[in-house]
Design a protein around this ligand. Structure first.
Ligand SMILES: [Fe+2]
Length: 386
């Protein structure tokens, strides 16, 4: 209750601030404050056939429909991107959002998924609300998971408020998820295809930040065991139970999984050749892309990938976190994919590799779902707009 009142006050203050800035922009004859970087990207309405069919506390079911409301058999296109790291450097924010909006105008996707580190810190409500308002203006449905930069605990007021700042908007399909689960934002989006069959379920998970002392005890890890966080048992159970339910309801449970911190199995694609270059290990089929930094996964493998192999129904896992790895690969029959980074803050290809911008990997990842269940993945880089 207190969360809601205080949250309402904070969000209202941000909305008034943004409305005032937009008004000043209008009456000043186009002098746009730098902080309104989403406005600088010139967002415009993009028509969509996607409609919400049903929803509950942790899931939304959507489909592309024709003018009579019948579900269409068209391809369903998902754009994923990651690590915007919206921050006080508004020039960098502007560059990121301009490219992102241009991709959306050119691709006209059916859904957008952000795989975390969208906002640099949990206090930056203004960036969350500004981004959500821009997505309303564009009119494409979107989802997001949290990254390690948005969180310093599994639950807390500002983390809650940041997530609520997304959820409050009509085109955001984020859900807080079951109460008894780690973090905020463990939810699903079901995409229906022709005849109402399940085309794909998109599992979204909060992959946390650093391993908490509480979890070291719970998972039998030594007190000095540190590193990035991992998916918790209740999240794995949620995935198992939901998959079983979907199989019962639809006769199939084909799915994708979105999270910020990559699963440990991402480490099987490339290895350091001893000279600081990463080369394929031979354990995976590399579909495209390169690795320029070590996989920033947890040092503890809590078993999500093994559960994926057990259920046999997840075709692809999407992660963010490592800003300069742009590859997609198949490991043990499962696609492991990096969403291309949308942002340039904290570190980027230039900082990390010294390469010219014409070779940078920032951009978006396009996933096309065909009605026969097959999928296509393609990177689309910001460098095409240079
Ligand atoms: Fe990041």
């Amino acid at each position: 209750m207190l969360y809601n009142i205080w949250g309402f006050v904070r969000q209202s203050a941000v909305r008034i601030h943004l409305a005032a800035a937009k008004t000043i922009y209008k009456i000043s004859g186009g002098k746009l404050p730098k902080s309104l970087y989403c406005k600088r990207a010139n967002p415009e309405k993009i028509p969509t056939d996607v409609r919400i069919i049903s929803e509950n506390d942790y899931s939304t079911t959507i489909a592309k429909v024709d003018e009579n409301g019948n579900i269409k058999s068209d391809d369903f296109v998902i754009v994923s991107t990651t690590d915007f790291h919206f921050d006080v450097d508004h020039d960098i924010n502007t560059k990121a959002v301009k490219n992102f909006v241009q991709h959306l105008k050119d691709i006209k996707p059916d859904l957008v998924v952000l795989t975390g580190d969208n906002i640099l810190s949990k206090y930056q409500q203004i960036d969350a609300i500004q981004f959500a308002q821009m997505m309303e203006e564009i009119g494409i449905y979107w989802t997001a998971v949290f990254g390690n930069h948005e969180t310093r605990e599994d639950r807390g007021f500002y983390k809650w408020l940041l997530f609520k700042s997304f959820c409050d908007y009509e085109h955001c399909l984020c859900k807080f998820g079951p109460d008894d689960m780690f973090g905020y934002g463990n939810f699903t989006v079901n995409i229906l295809g022709e005849g109402g069959k399940l085309l794909k379920t998109l599992f979204h998970f909060d992959s946390g930040r650093d391993i908490l002392d509480r979890d070291k005890e719970k998972y039998g890890l030594p007190a000095d065991f540190n590193g990035y966080d991992f998916l918790k048992k209740e999240q794995i159970d949620f995935y198992k139970n939901e998959t079983a339910k979907l199989k019962k309801q639809y006769g199939s449970a084909d799915s994708f999984m979105y999270m910020h911190i990559p699963l440990c199995e991402y480490s099987h694609a490339f290895k350091d050749d001893g000279n600081g270059r990463f080369v394929p290990t031979g354990e995976c089929e590399i579909l495209y892309g390169e690795q320029y930094e070590s996989v920033g996964c947890s040092s503890f493998n809590s078993g999500m990938f093994d559960t994926i192999l057990e259920t046999g129904s997840t075709q692809a896992v999407f992660a963010g976190h490592d800003h300069v790895n742009d590859w997609a690969a198949i490991y043990k029959g499962v696609h492991l994919v990096y969403s291309l980074p949308g942002g340039y803050a904290v570190y980027n290809m230039g900082d990390k590799t010294g390469k010219p911008e014409s070779e940078w990997v920032e951009g978006v990842t396009i996933t096309t779902l065909h009605n026969d269940g097959s999928i296509e993945l393609a990177p689309r880089y910001n460098r095409i707009y240079l």
